[in-house]
Ligand binder design. Structure first.
Ligand SMILES: [Zn+2]
Length: 183
């Protein structure tokens, strides 16, 4: 897999007579803000839950889980893996902002299943520097959910680890499948 990426500002997504994708996002924000209603709530999530999920574009977490604005913390990254930075966010979520439960969501057809740790080596060969982070690639999504649950449950920084559950979201049906942490 190539690790090449465009080094300059891309213009390929710009159609004639249109702004860039970010211009369109900023425009959409004006319409959003016009109808925005301040709930007046503070920063503590109403449902006292943190969701850790893959960044995959096909997962609408709030819709998929029946969550409303203000209900949860959302921590997303490539794979929905539990890295040191995920633990950092969960620690702040629990200790400073009152969450008690953690739901982990991986999914079918994840991009991290199509690459390997060789990705790091290729990156190093290309740019002359090895990234400090692990790719966290995986083959078996169920096993990766189990490992993620284990990382949360064994973190010394998290005071609330009794309600930690992991799932695989099927991007073709929208259904969650729960992963047994012990099998
Ligand atoms: Zn993914």
């Amino acid at each position: 897999m190539s690790t090449s990426a465009p080094r300059s500002a891309p213009s390929a997504d710009r159609l004639p007579g249109e702004g860039s994708v970010i211009d369109r996002l900023v425009e959409a924000n004006r319409a959003y803000a016009a109808g925005f209603v301040d709930t007046g709530r503070d920063a503590r999530p109403v449902q006292r839950v943190a969701v850790v999920a893959c960044m995959d574009a096909r997962i609408d977490l709030h819709a998929a889980l029946g969550l409303r604005l203000g209900d949860c913390h959302t921590v997303r990254n490539a794979g929905g893996v539990v890295t040191d930075d995920t633990i950092r966010s969960l620690t702040i979520s629990q200790r400073a902002l009152g969450t008690r439960s953690v739901i982990l969501i991986h999914h079918t057809g994840c991009g991290l299943q199509s690459i390997t740790e060789e990705f790091r080596h290729e990156l190093e060969m290309e740019v002359g520097q090895r990234p400090a982070w692990a790719v966290e690639a995986f083959r078996d999504v169920d096993q990766d959910v189990r490992q993620s649950m284990q990382r949360v449950r064994t973190s010394p920084f998290l005071p609330h680890t009794d309600d930690v559950r992991g799932f695989v979201f099927d991007v073709t049906t929208g259904l969650l499948r729960e992963i047994d942490p012990l099998t």
